[in-house]
Design a protein around this ligand. Structure first.
Ligand code: SF4
Length: 397
């Protein structure tokens, strides 16, 4: 395997500092790196070095396979009782006229719009408002499943769950069981930001703490649920805060095994209270993906949201540990565009996503939410591309 050859060649480089060489040897032998080594990678690891290590792990786990899914989003509201400093999406209650608040019927209408589309997942996430409570979401999940039982409901983050369970005076274990009984099938990774209170208290003070976020995922995993995890990076945090964040996830994953995918989220600075903070460079984004792949040795997948980092960076990321670039989206999310992403109307046809992956020599695999293979597109020909098996020569009679 070429990735292994590259790593072996790297280890023969006499100019490689001893500490970085030691980490490369650990990666070659499948050994876990320590907290301090993770920080060292951020401080000293150059892009080329990190790419060789991360790609080795990526190809050992997944070969060239690159996953995506066919999904759409429902964002119930962009109003929110919280006031996270990095949020470009929410409007405070006093600016209610600038927002939307979907009713149950409006959300079910969005689901029905996809009745004839081969989507496998609905992703529901948005702001936090009192009318969206335990009873509301239970009814919504139940009605979606009644309408289309095979559609996977991936919904809400611990930010919403903590709020609605507290309001209903129920503990996390009871609440998560109620959600599962209503039809919830997995939890997306949002709301994690940076767990360490030193940073969290400055950027998103009032919502659930890092410990509460982890506790809700733990309860969900205990009853057999699967979930994802994110990290909002590239703002006021230090490198060690990122490793601290990943370390807490790695520890919980050792305990439960319930996480599927880690998704680094790049901080964008448009129209929020942290617009003075510069955004990370593409090089830093790729370094961050690579270090996540190296550090999180018990996570199966590392995902890049193409809608957030641009199509080109998403293609590049596939050489830096990423094996999943999310879904077709169909312009159903405003979270990325409102934060300043290059993609103002994010949506790609399956064919476009497949080509994006193939253009960089990887194998496109459509997956469902739980990473079961829906279609292997490696040798697939889209119907409109099918060539005639022979060409008729013109004949003059
Ligand atoms: S990040 Fe989420 S919780 Fe924070 S203000 Fe925005 S919508 Fe609300």
């Amino acid at each position: 395997m070429e990735a292994e050859r590259n790593l072996t060649l790297l280890l023969q480089d006499t100019g490689l500092p001893t500490d970085l060489k030691h980490i490369a040897e650990k990666v070659l032998h499948g050994e876990r790196i320590t907290f301090d080594e993770g920080v060292l990678l951020f401080e000293k690891g150059e892009l080329g070095y990190l790419g060789i290590l991360a790609n080795y792990i990526r190809e050992k786990r997944h070969g060239n396979k690159t996953y995506f899914n066919r999904n759409f989003h429902i964002e119930p509201t962009n109003l929110c009782v919280y006031d996270c400093k990095f949020c470009s999406y929410s409007r405070l209650i006093k600016e209610r006229s600038q927002g939307w608040e979907y009713t149950m019927e409006e959300m079910l209408d969005i689901v029905k719009k996809y009745d004839d589309e081969p989507v496998t997942e609905v992703h529901i996430v948005g702001g936090v408002l009192p009318q969206y409570d335990v009873a509301f979401y239970s009814e919504l999940f139940t009605k979606i499943k009644q309408h289309r039982p095979e559609l996977h409901v991936k919904a809400l983050t611990p930010v919403e769950y903590h709020y609605i369970f507290k309001k209903a005076k129920i503990d996390y274990a009871t609440g998560m069981r109620m959600m599962m009984d209503a039809g919830l099938e997995s939890i997306p990774g949002g709301g994690a930001e940076i767990f360490h209170p030193e940073v969290r208290d400055l950027i998103s003070k009032d919502k659930c703490t890092g410990d509460q976020w982890l506790a809700i995922h733990e309860e969900w995993h205990k009853i057999g649920g699967r979930s994802n995890a994110t990290m909002l990076y590239g703002h006021i945090e230090k490198f060690w805060h990122r490793i601290d964040h990943m370390d807490r996830l790695r520890t919980l994953q050792d305990k439960t095994g319930g996480f599927q995918t880690f998704i680094p989220l790049k901080f964008r600075n448009k129209d929020n209270q942290m617009s003075n903070v510069p955004e990370s460079t593409v090089v830093e984004d790729l370094r961050n993906y690579a270090i996540a792949r190296i550090y999180l040795d018990n996570f199966d997948h590392i995902k890049a949201y193409w809608a957030m980092i641009s199509r080109t960076t998403a293609q590049l990321s596939l050489n830096f540990g990423v094996d999943d670039i999310d879904g077709t989206l169909d312009d159903t999310t405003k979270i990325y565009s409102m934060a300043g992403s290059e993609e103002q109307h994010p949506g790609m046809s399956t064919k476009q996503l497949v080509e994006l992956i193939k253009h960089v020599g990887r194998y496109p695999i459509e997956r469902d939410t739980l990473y079961n293979v829906v279609t292997d597109y490696n040798d697939y020909q889209f119907p409109e591309e099918a060539k005639p098996s022979f060409y008729k020569l013109p004949v003059i009679n």
